[in-house]
Design a protein. Structure first.
Lengths: 985, 280
């Protein structure tokens, strides 16, 4: 179409849209301006004037425009402006300077967004339910959700019921029965409490400033966490924050650090890997390198035996649900509690296994939720000692010839060395069931019975929350040894043989793994090719402009407090591309960079989630930290340890788009195979942002505009809804449903894979000595030692009982031979620990999602197994064995103090027989921090049990946490705090 | 006969996920439903609660959970205590406490023998779970608890009373404390998991001087000489005999395993009993 016609048409469209859509007419009144469109190579163009919402325009060149949008020549202009717009053409024009913008950045963003928001006026979202109620959809960390809205208020949220237009569900035929999942989605507690979180009294509704913080005078850093806050305007907040960013940039590269939690609210756009990373790549910041804190032992240990680095060392999941139901005779759940952490999509499948009479065994010091619900034998070793139990199982298998000898001979290396160790030929100690009894406390006869059944019946090993990886024993002082043992048990039973594999029916449903929809770790609109999985698909599928930070400094997350307070920290990379990537040490400060003096804290409540977290409290009050911003939805324990608070809105108050449990190929490819259906949600903006809160995207855009980065950040004025449409267009969904229909209905169910073309079963290819035939792009082609697709990622291509890669790093707690080394806290070996007689487990939380959902005002607080109301405060629950409680005269709901040298925390007791005596369990989920005295140096009444856990790395040459076997003492809380920290930071 | 609502709750299927508990809060906090219920306070009212019952002792333990709520009794004690028609029984069986007429009537709360009525301190009204009557009247075919439950604990059933009696008998359903005569419309399946006891033990045998689990041992439970239960030990030598009345007194176990026979007397108190390792 001709350039002048296109411009004339655009002006007509502005007028018509304003006439038909009052909302758009209102928007036009927001700013007065004159915008000039022109060509660079000839004096041709048209200007548009907006004044009090009125549109006037003329052909030609205006002498004094506010904004100029220029095109290099007519052909480029016509290609750029002719609908339907080709995104690749548009970003090519922008990044190669074929078009350009002159004028104030905020005005440019506003004007471009205004032009782009004409078409969306014609879009409709939500389903009319009558009586003024509209049903929208959204997405939570727990799953998709229907949101009923009336008069601008959320009245109800429910799981999603499918209708007849939605794709059918899969079926599995097993032993004469047919199993089909229910035609709906499920929500866990943290999904079902979302309305209470939106309207929580802890919502941050206005920008705030600490009363004694003066950026131009006294900062009173030592008062962070103690002083009150006062409401300020957005303008003042943005001015302070942008000035501090500029100030820090003059200090030098790396002076600003950004700290985010491991997760965010659901949605591809609003995720920290998207809007947040895009912004900070444009600023240049010191990043925190996250340790693989739910995978530790798998990542630092198991990976060396079998590869799977792109799965953080955990196993392939495909086809295991079907194989397990068809073939398995027993499932051993080892430190495996999927019902606690991953909702209930898998619960129904474990119900089917029960129906089929598949035996179940649960190994965990706590009779966890999955064990309590599915039943079977409970075996409760002393915390941390599980590797001894596993080695004794190997002993029975070897001495009674109960392992897969053919597999061991043909698909593995190092077995003879392993066998010699187990039989005691190496160190003089045979790893018999009697030997392990002294360590684990489990009767030798039970270990023999388990080993014989396992060695003679087809058995699935569900190790960790997903059946391979996540939580429990993998993150403990013995986590590396344990995860290594799990792979060894799998290999000795010929993993991949029908009925013998890794899994607990949580992972590996028969879904379509080829249908593309981006996972959140693909970075969405971040443009970040370095720190997300963007380059795998998203970058090609959704053309957008790359962003890249010029700052190369990073800090190992566990040691952020040390980095700030002591000026140095050292860690190892969480590099998933190869096995040896984890051997790379990195240090802070980095060459040529400057120390951090500003932290931009983004969501989450680290005092509940980071180990030895009194360190974090102290860090915030340290003089080296000149400025702290906290951008959050809720006022949590950590929020007030800042200078400026920026209120973000909830996911229900902004646009987003996302697929349930789709992470992308970054570290848990096809994670959605935990679900019974693939469900993609249009995350409707259901209500307006509460108070003056804004979406994360809009907050970053507003700061960006102060730095003339707004047009770059928003890629020329894209709104969140524009980005949603771009994500939609990039996916395979666009081949099945129109954008308008999806936007209105709010969700899409991906059709299941036809039975004939379902993904093969994990490791069957390996068991049968064929090329890998699974739909995952790992390992990387360069990591095959022989021909592409042949063998595992190990140097030998085989399963390695004594991994060669571990000979390449001298880590005393990761010797190539996985010897049993009791590295848990032991008062016999360390006199500092004398007097601490109980072992603390701090598992993932069941009711909140990490800390998300634990806020005051959340309905979760009324759950007796989560918090208990005592004297007006909801105390965090700690579970204690009946005998240990009796010894201390502790009864249900009594307030008890848990302490050691690192911390002291008051909880409410739940007396139980579901814990091995000597063990106490309290999850890591407190969003609240309530010091009884001086912050960081007194007892916490909020429930941050992680204050008690050590911060030393899981092995000397790694960067990982090791809670879950921490020595503490417990007493009834007297109400008088006498605790003092005895362990230096 | 009139079609009436009943709720069937299967205790065995409940894992205390708390989603129903939260759905009731989601429905009522911040929402007034005139004629049905005033808004629930933001915190502290649990119109649907989950009771927890542990049975046994380490290491043979069960954790069982039972959702409890207003029973929508056919002879509701709260209705008798109410004045001015504040509590009414609908034709479909649902009991409604009128949020206006009940103002100040704490007696309505006190009258409920199940403790299922909460007192709204701010509004001075008694409140309970309304069986989602406002939604059913609007065309919903199930309660929110049933819609959101991931493990199919609930069935919201609209049938006539005769049909409900049939279902009750076919499926072995029970109501809570029938002796009170309130005639609840909430029925439970597997109620024994909350109310009755088991006895369990681990049978051990010496084989060539090594201690082994005795799989397949026959265990017979007797009381006053008569058999009251029977079980076979599993691969860990463990047995569990359920359905015993709490405090039901002296019992005798007879175990015949691969190592010979053994008998053991014990007294069952109020709680389930794990007898530990028993060597035959």
């Amino acid at each position: 179409m001709n350039f002048s016609v296109l411009l004339w048409g655009m002006v007509q469209a502005l007028r018509v849209t304003a006439r038909v859509y009052p909302e758009f007419a209102e928007r036009l009144k927001e700013k007065d301006l004159i915008a000039q469109f022109k060509l660079l190579d000839q004096p041709t163009g048209r200007w548009v004037k907006l004044e009090n919402g009125k549109v006037s325009s003329a052909k030609g060149i205006h002498e004094n425009p506010d904004l100029t949008i220029f095109f290099k020549n007519q052909a480029i202009a016509e290609e750029f402006l002719t609908p339907p717009f080709d995104q690749l053409v548009r970003i090519d024009a922008a990044k190669n300077f074929k078009i350009g913008l002159e004028g104030p950045d905020d005005l440019a963003v506003w004007f471009m967004s205004t032009l782009a928001s004409m078409e969306p006026q014609t879009w409709k979202s939500g389903t009319d339910m009558g009586n003024g109620v509209t049903r929208y959809t959204n997405g939570t960390n727990g799953g998709p959700i229907f949101v009923y809205v009336k008069d601008g208020k959320i009245i109800r949220t429910t799981p999603v019921d499918f209708d007849d237009d939605d794709a059918p569900s899969w079926s599995i035929k097993a032993r004469g029965k047919t199993f089909t999942p229910p035609r709906k989605t499920t929500l866990p507690a943290h999904g079902m409490c979302q309305k209470s979180l939106v309207y929580s009294k802890e919502r941050l509704l206005y920008p705030m400033k600490r009363v004694d913080f003066d950026p131009d005078g006294e900062r009173n850093i030592e008062n962070r966490g103690k002083s009150e806050f006062e409401r300020i305007s957005w303008e003042e907040a943005l001015e302070i924050v942008s000035k501090e960013i500029k100030r820090c940039k003059t200090v030098g590269p790396g002076a600003i650090a950004v700290a985010n939690g491991s997760h965010h609210q659901w949605g591809n756009l609003g995720h920290y890997l998207s809007a947040f990373n895009r912004f900070w790549n444009l600023i240049g910041v010191t990043k925190l390198v996250h340790n693989p804190d739910s995978w530790e032992g798998w990542f630092w240990g198991a990976m060396h035996h079998w590869g799977n680095s792109l799965r953080l060392g955990a196993a392939e999941p495909y086809g295991t649900v079907e194989d397990c139901l068809k073939e398995a005779e027993m499932i051993v759940f080892w430190s495996s509690d999927p019902d606690a952490t991953y909702g209930f999509e898998g619960t129904i499948r474990r119900g089917w296994a029960k129906e089929l009479g598949i035996k179940m065994v649960h190994i965990d010091p706590h009779m966890n939720y999955t064990a309590a619900h599915s039943g079977g034998k409970w075996i409760a070793p002393r915390p941390g000692t599980d590797p001894a139990l596993a080695q004794a199982i190997c002993h029975v298998w070897i001495t009674e010839d109960l392992y897969d000898q053919e597999f061991v001979a043909n698909r593995t290396t190092g077995f003879e060395e392993w066998k010699a160790y187990i039989l005691g030929q190496t160190d003089g100690t045979a790893k018999t069931p009697e030997w392990q009894e002294a360590e684990t406390g489990i009767p030798a006869r039970e270990v023999r019975a388990l080993a014989r059944e396992w060695g003679s019946k087809k058995t699935y090993l569900g190790a960790g929350g997903w059946g391979s990886g996540v939580g429990g024993a993998c993150r403990g002082p013995m986590g590396v040894q344990w995860a290594r043992m799990m792979t060894i048990l799998g290999a000795m039973q010929g993993m991949g043989r029908p009925g013998s594999n890794f899994g607990n029916l949580q992972f590996g449903t028969p879904l379509d793994f080829n249908f593309y929809f981006p996972g959140y770790a693909e970075g969405s609109m971040s443009g970040d090719l370095a720190y997300s999985a963007n380059s795998a698909n998203n970058y090609q599928r959704m053309p957008h402009i790359v962003t890249m930070s010029s700052v190369r400094q990073s800090i190992p997350r566990i040691y952020l407090p040390e980095a700030i307070m002591e000026g140095k920290a050292m860690g190892y990379l969480t590099d998933v591309a190869s096995v040896q990537g984890q051997f790379f040490p990195f240090g802070y400060p980095s060459p040529g960079h400057v120390p951090v003096e500003m932290i931009y804290k983004y969501g989450s409540a680290s005092f509940g989630t980071m180990v030895n977290s009194n360190r974090w409290v102290n860090m915030y009050q340290h003089e080296n930290l000149k400025f702290v911003v906290n951008q959050s939805v809720w006022n949590e324990g950590e929020t007030r340890f800042s200078d400026i608070i920026l209120p973000a809105c909830s996911v229900f108050e902004r646009w987003d788009i996302g697929e349930w449990l789709n992470v992308g190929p970054a570290y848990v490819h096809h994670m959605y195979s935990m679900c019974n259906h693939r469900v993609i949600s249009m995350q409707h903006k259901c209500i307006e942002p509460l108070g003056e809160s804004k979406s994360d995207y809009d907050i970053f855009l507003a700061i960006a505009e102060k730095l003339d980065l707004g047009a770059v950040y928003s890629e020329g004025g894209n709104t969140e809804l524009d980005w949603c449409k771009r994500v939609f267009d990039s996916s395979d969904m666009a081949k099945h449903i129109s954008w308008r229909k999806f936007l209105k209905k709010g969700y899409f169910v991906v059709p299941p894979e036809p039975e004939a073309s379902r993904a093969p079963t994990a490791y069957r290819w390996f068991y049968e000595g064929r090329k890998k035939d699974l739909p995952e792009p790992s390992p990387l082609p360069s990591d095959y030692r022989g021909n592409y697709g042949e063998g595992l990622q190990t140097p030998s291509g085989k399963f390695e009982f004594v991994p060669e890669t571990l000979t390449r790093i001298d880590d005393p707690e990761r010797p190539p031979l996985n010897k049993y080394m009791p590295t848990y806290e032991d008062p016999q070996k360390d006199e500092k620990l004398a007097g601490y007689t109980l072992k603390l487990l701090t598992p993932h939380s069941r009711y909140p999602f990490h800390v998300m959902g634990d806020d005051e005002g959340s309905s979760l607080r009324d759950i007796r197994e989560h918090r208990v109301l005592v004297d007006g405060h909801y105390y965090f629950v700690a579970r204690i064995n009946r005998q240990d409680a009796a010894d201390r005269a502790i009864r249900d709901d009594d307030l008890i103090r848990l302490w050691n040298n690192r911390g002291s925390v008051v909880c409410a007791a739940q007396v139980t027989d579901r814990l091995r005596p000597g063990t106490i369990s309290a999850s890591t989920a407190s969003a609240e921090y309530r010091p009884a005295g001086e912050p960081g140096k007194s007892t916490d009444l909020g429930g941050c049990t992680n204050m008690l856990n050590p911060s030393k790395s899981i092995t000397p040459k790694s960067h990982g946490i090791k809670p879950n076997s921490t020595l503490i003492q417990v007493e009834k809380w007297t109400g008088v705090d006498t605790w003092e920290p005895a362990e230096a930071v | 006969m009139a079609m009436k609502w009943n709720l069937i709750v299967d205790i065995e299927r409940c894992n205390n996920c708390r989603v129903c508990f939260l759905a009731v809060k989601d429905e009522h906090i911040g929402n007034d439903f005139p004629g049905y219920a005033a808004a629930q306070p933001a915190q502290g009212h649990n119109w649907m609660e989950i009771e927890r019952k542990e049975r046994g002792s380490y290491p043979i333990v069960e954790a069982n959970f039972m959702p409890v709520m207003c029973n929508h009794c056919d002879d509701p004690p709260c209705m008798k205590a109410a004045q001015g028609g504040a509590v009414s029984k609908r034709a479909d069986g649902i009991v409604i406490i009128d949020p206006q007429k009940s103002k100040g009537q704490q007696a309505i709360k006190d009258a409920c023998p199940y403790g299922a009525v909460s007192w709204n301190e701010e509004q001075q009204i008694p409140q309970a779970w309304i069986f989602d009557a406002h939604l059913l009247d609007d065309g919903w075919t199930q309660t929110r608890a049933e819609q959101c439950c991931p493990t199919d604990v609930f069935r919201s059933v609209k049938v006539d009373d005769q049909k409900m009696q049939q279902i009750k008998e076919q499926e072995g359903l029970e109501v809570l404390q029938p002796e009170l005569g309130a005639r609840p419309r909430v029925y439970y399946k597997n109620l024994h998991l909350m109310t009755q006891c088991f006895v369990a033990g681990s049978v051990v045998v010496q084989v060539n001087g090594v201690e082994e689990c005795d799989q397949g041992a026959e265990v017979i439970l007797k009381q006053n000489g008569g058999e009251v239960g029977r079980a076979m030990t599993d691969l860990f030598g463990e047995f569990k005999i359920d359905g015993l009345q709490p405090g039901s007194g002296q019992y005798e176990l007879e175990i015949s395993g691969s190592g010979g026979s053994l008998s053991k007397r014990f007294e069952l108190g109020d709680a389930s009993l794990y007898l530990g390792a028993l060597t035959a």
